[in-house]
Design a protein around this ligand. Structure first.
Ligand code: FAD
Length: 469
C-alpha cells in the first residue's frame, strides 16, 4: 500500500504528522504542487515564493536521504489539484493520499475537492491536523463558538494541552528506494520584484533547527525584556520557517519546555512569553477557520466596513517607500522591503500609522506586507492588520492610537534602529533622530511629517465615532 504524501506548508521530514503516519503504514512517495498563479492571486510576493522554492529543494534533499522521492507538478491554480493528484496516484499505483490540513478558506475548499475526487475513485484520503495543537473547532467558548478574544483562548489552550498533543511525531525510517527519482525543483519565472538575498533566509529544516537552538540558548530568557526592541535581535526570527512548516510548533514548544525545566505556563518569564506568541499564531489560525468572512477580505467587525477610508495615493506611496517623515515608520518600512521581515512592534506601529494616521484602508497595507514578507501568512497577517485597524477580533480599541514618536523614544531609546535604516539621520544626535526638526536636518534629504499626529488622531477618532461605535 503506497501512500502519496502531498506536502504544502509543512516542508519538513521531522515531526510531520501526515508523513509519519503514512510511513508507518508502508512505502511513501512525496509530491509538491506549485500553484504560482493562485499564490500570486493570494498576494504572495517574490520573497516568499523564493523562500518556498528553496524550502522545497531542501525538503526534496532531506526526503531523498530516507529513500523518499519528492515529485513536482506545476499546476498554476488550486483548481487543477484534484485531477493532477489523481492522475499521479494512478500512475504510481498509490492507494491513498495523505496531507496536513491548512485552514484558510481557499485551501479548505481545495482539499475538499481533492478528497471528493479521490473518494469517488475509490482511493483513501488521510487528512491530519498538524500545524496547531488544537484543530479549529476543538477549542470553543462556553457558548460553543470559536474564540474571538485572545486571552480566554490562551487560557483554554493551557487548560486543555496534554503531553500527547505536543509529542513529536516519529521521523520516517529509511525505506527501500522506489524506482522513481525525485523531480528537479524548477526555478521561478521572472517576478515583479527581485527576492532578497537567499543568505538572509537560508531555507530548510536544518536552518530552522539551528535558529531555534541559537534563539533559546542566547535570547530566550531575555525575550520578555528584549522582544519589543527593534535594534536588538531579541526575537527568534522563526516566522518564515513556521509559516512554511520548516519547523513545527511542537518542535518549538518542546525545545522551550526543555529549556524551562519542562514548564509551559510558568518558570522563566521570557520563555513563557515566547510560548504565548506561539499561541497567538494558533489563535489566528482558529480565527481564519472559524470566521471565514475574514478570508473574503471582510472586516471581522462588520460595522467597520462603513469606515470612510481615504483615497490618498501620495500618502500610501510615502508609507510604502518609507518617506512619511516619521522616522520609526520609515525605518520599519525600509527594513521590510530590504529584508522581507519587520519587527513585530513595528508591524503594529506601521499598520496603525497607515490605518489610523493616514486613514487608508488596512487591506492595502495587508497586501503590501504580503507582497514583501518572507513570512507572509494569511491568518497572522490579516489578524495583525485587523487588530491594528481596530476592525478585528480582540482589536486595539479604536481610541488607542500609537503616537509613533513616543513609540520610537520608548522602544528605540538610543535611536540605533533609526540610524541603521535611515542613514540620512545617522549623523544626528541620538535623541534628535525620533522627530528631526528642519533646523537639525540641514541639507539631508528627509521629508517633513506628511501628517501631524494630533490632527491625524482626531480625524481617525471622528471616523470611528461616525460609525456609532
Ligand atoms: P517571535 O517573537 O520569536 O515569535 C515566535 C513565533 O510566534 C513567530 O515566529 C510567529 O510564528 C508567532 N507569532 C509571534 N507573534 C505573533 C502574532 N502577533 N500573531 C501571530 N503569530 C505570531 N506573522 C507571521 O508569521 N506572518 C505574517 O504575515 C504576519 N503579519 C503581521 C502583520 C501585522 C500588521 C502584525 C502586527 C503582525 C504580523 N505577524 C505576522 C505577527 C508577528 O509580527 C510575527 O510573527 C513576528 O514578528 C515574527 O518574528 P519572530 O519569528 O522573531 O517572532
Amino acid at each position: 500500500t503506497l501512500t502519496l504524501v502531498w506536502f504544502r506548508s509543512d516542508l519538513r521530514v521531522h515531526d510531520n504528522t501526515a508523513l509519519a503516519e503514512a510511513a508507518r503504514r508502508g512505502p511513501v512517495i512525496g509530491v509538491f504542487l506549485r500553484c504560482l498563479t493562485t499564490w500570486q492571486e493570494h498576494g504572495h510576493g517574490a520573497n516568499k515564493l523564493d523562500f518556498w522554492r528553496r524550502g522545497v529543494e531542501a525538503l526534496s534533499h532531506d526526503l531523498d536521504g530516507v529513500g523518499i522521492p519528492l515529485l513536482h507538478r506545476d499546476i498554476e491554480r488550486f483548481d487543477a489539484a484534484p485531477e493532477t493528484l489523481l492522475a499521479l496516484a494512478r500512475e504510481l499505483g498509490a492507494d491513498a493520499l495523505a496531507f496536513n490540513r491548512e485552514y484558510p478558506l481557499d485551501e479548505t475548499r481545495r482539499d475538499a475537492r481533492v478528497t471528493a475526487a479521490f473518494e469517488a475513485a475509490g482511493l483513501k484520503v488521510r487528512a491530519h491536523d498538524d500545524a496547531v495543537a488544537f484543530a479549529p473547532g476543538e477549542l470553543l467558548t462556553g457558548k460553543g463558538d470559536p474564540y474571538s478574544v485572545f486571552t480566554p483562548f490562551a487560557r483554554a489552550w493551557h487548560r486543555a494541552i496534554t503531553p500527547e498533543r505536543l509529542a513529536l511525531r516519529e521521523p520516517p525510517a529509511p525505506q527501500a528506494r522506489p524506482a522513481r527519482a525525485p523531480d528537479p525543483v524548477p526555478t521561478l519565472p521572472p517576478l515583479t520584484d527581485t527576492p532578497v538575498a537567499a543568505e538572509l533566509w537560508p531555507a530548510g529544516e536544518a536552518a530552522a533547527a539551528d535558529r531555534l537552538e541559537r534563539f533559546l540558548r542566547f535570547r530566550g530568557r531575555h525575550y520578555a525584556e528584549q522582544r519589543d526592541l527593534p535594534a536588538v535581535r531579541g526575537t527568534s526570527e522563526l516566522s518564515p520557517y513556521l509559516a512554511l512548516g520548516m519547523i513545527s510548533h511542537r518542535q518549538c514548544l518542546q525545545a522551550a519546555m526543555a529549556e524551562n525545566g519542562g514548564a509551559l505556563a510558568d518558570g522563566d518569564a521570557g520563555l513563557q512569553a515566547w510560548v504565548g506568541e506561539l499561541i497567538w499564531r494558533e489563535f489566528y489560525q482558529h480565527v481564519a477557520a472559524g470566521f471565514p468572512r475574514v478570508c473574503r477580505h471582510r472586516a471581522f467587525q462588520a460595522h467597520t466596513e462603513a469606515l470612510p477610508w481615504r483615497d490618498d495615493e501620495a500618502g500610501f506611496r510615502a508609507w510604502c517607500k518609507g518617506r512619511t517623515g516619521y522616522p520609526i515608520v520609515d525605518a520599519a518600512m525600509r527594513q521590510l522591503v530590504a529584508t522581507g521581515w519587520m519587527h513585530n512592534r513595528l508591524r503594529m506601529v506601521t499598520a496603525m500609522f497607515l490605518s489610523k494616521h493616514l486613514l487608508i484602508d488596512w487591506r492595502r497595507g495587508e497586501a503590501f506586507f504580503l507582497r514583501h514578507l518572507v513570512d507572509g501568512e494569511f491568518a497572522a497577517n490579516n489578524g495583525g492588520w485587523q487588530w491594528a485597524a481596530s476592525t478585528g477580533t480582540d482589536a486595539a480599541p479604536y481610541f488607542r492610537i500609537f503616537n509613533p514618536t513616543t513609540q520610537s523614544r520608548r522602544f528605540d531609546p538610543d535611536g540605533r534602529f533609526l540610524a541603521e535604516w535611515l542613514p540620512e539621520l545617522a549623523e544626528l544626535p541620538a535623541k534628535a533622530r525620533h522627530a528631526p526638526g528642519r533646523d537639525l536636518l540641514g541639507g539631508a534629504d528627509y521629508p517633513a511629517p506628511i501628517v501631524e499626529h494630533r490632527a491625524a488622531r482626531a480625524r481617525a477618532l471622528d471616523a470611528f465615532k461616525g460609525l456609532g461605535a
